[in-house]
Design a protein around this ligand. Structure first.
Ligand code: PMP
Length: 438
């Protein structure tokens, strides 16, 4: 597999050669290394504006990846850029709270319902803090997650389920500190008997879940599934942590408000501050009093929770601008119909060609999967992954000016995305399918 006109990517090729001498894999985060798995080299980006990115060779792409949600605001949203510039000129990080923190926490309570908020540097960091809090509050050690979940580089969650029911480190996980079989119970999404049996042991501090899975394709919960999850967690004294980092695509207050969920802790990161590192986690007033009551006094700085740059002045100022002016109700009224248009376009091509593929939409996000029926759990979805076909579809689109999320065939809409952007993808998708079938 290769780029159709390698000369169009000459500067990227040159940079890759130089980068490999100083950066392992030539890309500046292991997550970005997915690109270099596709011959012959990743593209280096020059800039992003609205729904487009431009590479160092001057090629412009419709960006449906949007920084894997970090840029679901669109690139360089003017309100966030203005807040960044204004706050940067007034100091980025002081070891003192700012007024913006109060505004943002109040807004997060309005959106998600949880009464108390803290800030973290990334969604990974928010999840790590939440797991610690859950263990401290329950006095239990184990965490329950769903097979093929992704919650960041959190050791306890980088685990998968074997056919014999055992838990193993996820393929690709580097250097787990502790065997995840000791820290983690993994079950399939929708496997209620397994959930009931696992929680009945009362060894599990918390369930950490995306409300709809988005990291192994999109998997919607069956009606009633969340009621059962909430009932069983409550009955067994297990805390429920809902990770809204991706499902904030559902609506301005995430899946939680859209479907009336009642998590004990909610985590969210990525797009909250227009793409600069930021995250937050919320919890009830009662839980917050129990945990932070203990975390005061002379030892509170070594709690294992928080960090020097977490919730700094710059991040909070940009979070405020992003929540007030970018990720608004109006923005979702624009992005959700676009995702529907994208899904309908792709479905139309699938139907015309009688392909054994399926499409799923969740708010402003949509995705196609190489299986005829939408998978209902991570194990089934993972079995449908076809790396060669993935690489073909991604490179085909890239060669024609469209960037999809590298991990799978996912598209996300930003307030700056247009119908023309979406229709361009549908056309290219149809061409790719036509070539595949000849
Ligand atoms: N939670 C979810 C649901 C995610 O999808 C991700 C990243 N894809 C994370 C957490 C971690 O985000 P980050 O890498 O920004 O810490």
């Amino acid at each position: 597999m290769t780029y159709s006109q390698p000369q169009r990517y000459a500067r990227s090729a040159d940079l890759f050669e130089k980068a490999c001498k100083v950066i392992p894999g030539g890309v500046n985060s292991t997550a970005r290394a997915v690109w270099s798995g596709w011959d012959p080299h990743p593209l280096y980006v020059e800039s992003g504006k609205g729904s487009h990115v431009t590479d160092v060779d001057g090629n412009t792409y419709v960006d449906l990846c949007l920084g894997d949600t970090g840029a679901m605001t669109g690139h360089a949203p003017p309100a966030a850029v203005a807040a960044m510039a204004a706050q940067a000129a007034q100091g980025t990080t002081m070891m003192l709270p700012t007024e913006d923190a109060v505004w943002v926490a109040t807004e997060l309570t309005r959106r998600f319902g949880l009464a108390r908020w803290q800030f973290a540097t990334s969604a990974t960091d928010a999840n790590r803090c939440s797991l610690r809090i859950a263990r401290a509050l329950t006095g239990r050690r184990k965490v329950l997650v769903f097979n093929y979940c992704y919650h960041g580089t959190v050791d306890e969650t980088l685990a998968t389920l074997e056919a014999d029911g055992s838990v193993v480190p996820r393929a690709g996980h580097i250097g787990p500190q502790v065997d995840p079989a000791e820290t983690t119970v993994v079950i399939e999404f929708h496997a209620l008997p397994a959930l009931e049996a696992a929680l009945a042991t009362r060894e599990i501090a918390c369930v950490l879940a995306e409300p709809a899975m988005t990291n192994i394709g999109i998997i919607h919960p069956d009606p009633g599934y969340h009621d059962a999850l909430r009932r069983l967690t409550r009955e067994t004294g297990t805390l429920l942590i809902i990770d809204e980092t991706h499902t904030i695509c559902t609506g301005p207050s995430g899946y939680t408000a859209a479907y009336g969920l009642e998590p004990d802790i909610l985590t969210i990161g990525k797009p909250l501050a227009g793409g600069i590192p930021s995250a937050a986690y919320g919890l009830s007033a009662a839980l917050a009093a129990r945990i932070y009551g203990a975390a005061t006094g002379e030892d509170c700085d070594v709690s294992g929770i928080g960090g020097t740059l977490a919730g700094n002045a710059l991040t909070l100022a940009v979070m405020r601008a992003t929540l007030a002016e970018v990720l608004t109700d109006e923005a979702y009224a624009h992005t959700i119909p676009l995702a529907q248009r994208w899904a309908e376009g792709v479905q139309g091509v699938i139907d015309e060609n009688a392909l054994p593929w399926s499409v799923t939409q969740l708010g402003a996000r949509a995705e196609y999967w190489f299986l005829p029926d939408r998978p209902r759990d991570g194990g089934t979805a993972a079995a449908g992954v076809d790396h060669e076909l993935d690489a073909f579809m991604h490179l085909y689109a890239l060669n024609r000016g469209i960037l999809l999320t590298p991990f799978h065939n996912m598209a996300l809409m930003s307030p700056a995305t247009t119908e023309a952007d979406v229709d361009r993808h549908t056309d290219v998708f149809a061409e790719a399918v036509a070539e595949l079938l000849t």
